[in-house]
Design a protein around this ligand. Structure first.
Ligand SMILES: Nc1nc2c(ncn2[C@@H]2O[C@H](COP(=O)(O)OP(=O)(O)O)[C@@H](O)[C@H]2O)c(=O)[nH]1
Ligand SMILES: [Mg+2]
Ligand SMILES: [Zn+2]
Length: 298
C-alpha cells in the first residue's frame, strides 16, 4: 500500500540495487533499493521515499506486466533486462550478415512475454537498390507471418518519422547485436535529449558508443524507448519443448493437423509440419531455427 510519504517514479536505469529514477515531476534522482523491495529493472514503476539523511530509497516495485530476460552461456541464471514492455524493436543492420536464428529467438521471446515484435532494418544508406531487394526477398518469411518491417537509415534520418509514429504511446525496447545502430536510432528519434538525461546516459556508458545497461528515454506522443546493450547470444528460458511451437506462428498454425497431440515436429509419423516444410508452406530456415532452439530446451 502506498503510504503518505511515498511517491511513484519510473526506473530509467538500474545497476542492481542502485537506480536512476524519474519522478512524476520529471526530476531524475539516484535511489537505492531496499532489500525487501528486490532489484528494480529499467521500466519498473516503483514507490520511493526520501529518508531523514536526504537519501532516496525505493521501497516497493509495483507489479510488472512482463519482463524481458535472456540466458547466456556463462551464467545458468537468466538475466533480466527490462520490465513493462509493449513493443520490441528488433534492429538489424543491412550491411552485416543477417542472423536469422537470432531474430527467431527474439520473436519467440516476444511471443512468450507478450510484447509486439517489429523488425527495423537499419543502414540502408550503405547498400544499393539491388541489394535492398535481395534483403527484402530474404526477409519475406517475416512479412508472411505479419511482422511489420521498416527500412531506415539512422544516419540519414530516413524512415525515422514513421518509426516515431510506430513507437508512440508505448514502451518500446530496442534490441539487436552490438553495432547495428540501436543507440543511433534512439538518438535519431529523440528530438532534443534533455541535457540531464544525456549527461547521465553518457556518464553511465563505459565507452563512447557502448550502452552497458538498459536506459529508458521519453519520446514524443507519450512513448518510451529503452536502449539495451548489444548482445551476441539470446538464450531463451522458461519455455519447454512442447510449448516452443507457440513461438512460431506458422508452425503453430499447422500443428493442429499433426497426428499426435504431443508431436514435437521432429520426425514423428503424421507430422503436418514436416509435410508443410516439404510442400514449401513453411520456410525451411524458420523450421531449422525451431529445431535448433528445441535442442537447447529442457
Ligand atoms: N552508414 C550508417 N551508419 C550507421 C547508421 N546507424 C548507425 N551507424 C553507425 O554504426 C555504428 C554503431 O552504431 P550504434 O548506434 O553505436 O550501434 P549499437 O551498438 O547497436 O547501439 C556507429 O559507428 C554508427 O555511426 C546508419 O543508418 N548508416
Ligand atoms: Mg548502443
Ligand atoms: Zn508435428
Amino acid at each position: 500500500m502506498q503510504q503518505k510519504n511515498q511517491q511513484t517514479a519510473i526506473v530509467i536505469a538500474s545497476y542492481g540495487n542502485q537506480c536512476k529514477i524519474e519522478t512524476t515531476d520529471n526530476e531524475i534522482l539516484t535511489a537505492k533499493s531496499l532489500k525487501t523491495a528486490g532489484k528494480p529493472l529499467c521500466g519498473d514503476h516503483v514507490l520511493y521515499k526520501t529518508e531523514a539523511n536526504n537519501e532516496t530509497v525505493i521501497t516497493d516495485i509495483l507489479p510488472r506486466n512482463n519482463t524481458l530476460s535472456r540466458l547466456n552461456n556463462l551464467n545458468p541464471k537468466p538475466k533480466q533486462i527490462a520490465a513493462n514492455i509493449d513493443q520490441m524493436i528488433i534492429v538489424i543492420s543491412v550491411d552485416h550478415d543477417i542472423k536469422f536464428g537470432l531474430i527467431d529467438r527474439y520473436l519467440v521471446a516476444a511471443m512468450f512475454s507478450g510484447f509486439k515484435p517489429i523488425i527495423v532494418l537499419n543502414k540502408i544508406d550503405k547498400i544499393n537498390n539491388e541489394e535492398l531487394d535481395a534483403i527484402k526477398q530474404s526477409m519475406k518469411m517475416y512479412s508472411d507471418i505479419d511482422i511489420p518491417m521498416y527500412f531506415i537509415s539512422a544516419k540519414m534520418q530516413s524512415g525515422i518519422d514513421t518509426l516515431l509514429s510506430v513507437a508512440a504511446n508505448k514502451t518500446n525496447i530496442v534490441v539487436g547485436q552490438s553495432g547495428v545502430g540501436k543507440s543511433s536510432i534512439v538518438n535519431a528519434i529523440l528530438p532534443e535529449m534533455p541535457a540531464l538525461t544525456k549527461e547521465i546516459s553518457d556518464s553511465t556508458s563505459k565507452g563512447k558508443h557502448t550502452t552497458t545497461t538498459a536506459f529508458l528515454y521519453h519520446i514524443p506522443d507519450n512513448g518510451q524507448l529503452i536502449d539495451s546493450p548489444g548482445i551476441r547470444e539470446f538464450g531463451l528460458w522458461n519455455i519447454n519443448k512442447k510449448e516452443l511451437a507457440q513461438g512460431f506462428k506458422e508452425i503453430q498454425k499447422f500443428s493442429e493437423q499433426c497426428k499426435f497431440r504431443d508431436c514435437l515436429h521432429i520426425n514423428e509419423p503424421g507430422c503436418a509440419i514436416t509435410k508443410a516444410v516439404k510442400a514449401q508452406q513453411i520456410n525451411p530456415q524458420r523450421y531449422n531455427s525451431y529445431l535448433s532452439i528445441l535442442e537447447t530446451l529442457e
